[in-house]
Design a binder for this molecule. Structure first.
Ligand SMILES: N[C@@H](CCC(=O)N[C@@H](CS)C(=O)NCC(=O)O)C(=O)O
Length: 225
C-alpha cells in the first residue's frame, strides 16, 4: 500500500499543486494510495520524512519526499506500468519542463489565486499561510486582490508557449499524456480546487478538460472551489 501525505484544505480539498503531480502519476501507473491530509503549519507530523514539505510518499518501507523524486521513484519501481517519461531522454526533458514550470509559472499563478486559497485553507493554517505567502509575494493578500488583473496578464504571457504548443499537439508530452502534462495540470488543478475564478483559456482550457477526464475522471471528482 502507498501512503501520500499532502495538504488538506477545508471541506476535504486536496490543494497542494505538487501533490497533484504525485496523485496523477499514481493514477497513471494504476496504483492505489491512501491520502493523509496534513496542515502546512504542522511540521511534527511529517518530521519522519526529514523535511518540511509535502508531498511525501511511503511505498513499502521506502519514504520519498519531493514530487519530482517521487515521479522518478514510481517510474523506476513500476517499470511495467504505463511510463511517465517515455525513456531516459524523455525523463531529462520532463525534468527540464518541471524546473521551468516551478521557476517561471508557479509564482504568477500564486499571485492570481493566493487570496482565494487563503479563504479555503484549514483555520489552523490561516495565519501561517498568510505570513509565508505575504513574504514570498512581498505584498499583503489584500494587495494581491487589487493586483489580480495584472497578475493574470503575467500568467497568460508566461504560458503563451503552451497555448501555441497545444494547437500543434494534443498533449504536452506529444501523442499521449504523460508526466509533463501532470506538471502543467497541477497549476490549474490547484486553481480549480481553491479558487472560483476561471484561469485557463482555450486551447489550454480544452486540454485541461481532457486531463480531468483521464484515468476514469480521477481528478474531476474531487471537492473544488
Ligand atoms: N519541490 C517540492 C516543493 C514542495 C512544496 O513546496 N510543497 C508545499 C506545499 S504545495 C509545502 O509543503 N510547503 C510547506 C511550507 O511552506 O511550510 C516538490 O516538488 O515536492
Amino acid at each position: 500500500m502507498i501512503t501520500l501525505w499532502e495538504l488538506g484544505g477545508r471541506n476535504g480539498r486536496r490543494y497542494s499543486l505538487f501533490s497533484w503531480r504525485t496523485r496523477m502519476a499514481l493514477a497513471h501507473k494504476g496504483l492505489a494510495f491512501e491520502s493523509k491530509p496534513v496542515c502546512m503549519s504542522d511540521k511534527a507530523v511529517i518530521a519522519f520524512s526529514g523535511g518540511k514539505t509535502v508531498p511525501i510518499v511511503k511505498d513499502g518501507e521506502t519514504v520519498v519526499r519531493d514530487s519530482w523524486k517521487i515521479a522518478e521513484h514510481l517510474e523506476d519501481r513500476y517499470p511495467s506500468a504505463p511510463t511517465l517519461f517515455g525513456g531516459d531522454v524523455g525523463r531529462g526533458v520532463t525534468h527540464a519542463f518541471n524546473v521551468w514550470i516551478d521557476r517561471a509559472a508557479v509564482l504568477p499563478m500564486l499571485a492570481v489565486i493566493v487570496a482565494d486559497v487563503h479563504e479555503r485553507v484549514e483555520p489552523a493554517d490561516e495565519q501561517y499561510f498568510r505570513e509565508s505567502m505575504e513574504k514570498i509575494l512581498k505584498m499583503t493578500l489584500e494587495e494581491t486582490r487589487k493586483g489580480r488583473a495584472e497578475a493574470m496578464a503575467r500568467l497568460t504571457r508566461t504560458l503563451e508557449p503552451m497555448q501555441a504548443l497545444l494547437k500543434r499537439q494534443p498533449w504536452i508530452a506529444g501523442a499521449q499524456p504523460a508526466y509533463a502534462d501532470y506538471i502543467l495540470f497541477s497549476l490549474f488543478q490547484w486553481a480549480r480546487v481553491m479558487s472560483p475564478q476561471p484561469v485557463a483559456e482555450a486551447p489550454l482550457r480544452e486540454w485541461f478538460e481532457r486531463v480531468l477526464d483521464l484515468h476514469g475522471g480521477f481528478a474531476r471528482k474531487v471537492p473544488t472551489a
